[in-house]
Each structure stands twice: as C-alpha cells, then as structure tokens.
Write a protein that binds this ligand. Sequence first.
Ligand code: FES
Ligand code: FES
Length: 155
Amino acid sequence: MMKLNVNGRSMDVDVPAETPLLWTLRDELGMVGTKFGCGAGLCGSCTVHMDGNAIRSCITPISATAGKRVTTIERMEADPLGAAVQAAWTSLNVPQCGYCQSGQIMSAVALLKRNPNPSDTDIDDAMSGNICRCGTYTRIRAAIKQVATQRRSKA
Ligand code: FES
Ligand code: FES
C-alpha cells in the first residue's frame, strides 16, 4: 500500500512502488484529465505538479511522491492562478484537438507561480517540453502573457 497526497487529499493506493504516477491517477483514482502521450517523458501531456514543480507523471514512480503534494489539472479550477490560466486559454481559444492542453496548462501554471512576468525566452524554456501536434504554441504564449498582464494590473 502506497501513500499519496493528491489535490489536498491523502489516500492509500494499492499499487507497486514502481507504478508510474500517471497510471495511478488514471487507472486507480479515475482522474483522467492527465493524459498519456509518449510514456517516456518526451511530450509533456502527462504533466502534473509535485510540490508546485511541473513533472512528467509517466516517468515518476509512485514511490517518488512520498511526502510530496501532487496537484493535477482537476484542481486548477479551485486555484486562483489555475483558474486565471484556464480562463485565458478559453478566451484565446488556445486548444485545437485539446489532447496536450492539460499538460500545457500545468506547465504554464508552474511557470507563472515561480515567475509572474515571464519573458518570451522564459516561456520557451518552461514550455519546450510540452509538445502540441496541432501547433497551438503562438496562442499558448499569448495566453500566458495575458495572465501575466492581468495579474500585474491587479497588483
Ligand atoms: S506521456 Fe509523459 S511525457 Fe509523454
Ligand atoms: S491541441 Fe492538439 S496536440 Fe495540442
């Protein structure tokens, strides 16, 4: 039995220690907002937060989450910054097929939490591990900038 803290809830999950976090979220907990893409840490579609940092859940064994807080896309609506990012994604019509977008949003929120005013280079560095086969990169960058601008005007 492994202990897991997801979205503020502690729980026990009956999986082997080496089970990827992604499978635990999707198959054991039914949290299917986090997507499987490559399964090899290369595409970013499975991105979640561990103690606020963006990580690839497909290559993170459940044992590596011991004592850490895992946050998924399902929690973003309740997080002020997560909600602001989702609103910007909607207002700028960022998604196309949508498959990569929960991972994109998780990387964007992690970036904006540590850097409220990212430059183009900061955005490229933070988002380069998140692949979008539909090529929504320009709108992703615009949405991140929109959130940064809105938050500056409220500060
Ligand atoms: S599914 Fe995890 S990085 Fe591609
Ligand atoms: S919106 Fe289709 S892969 Fe990104």
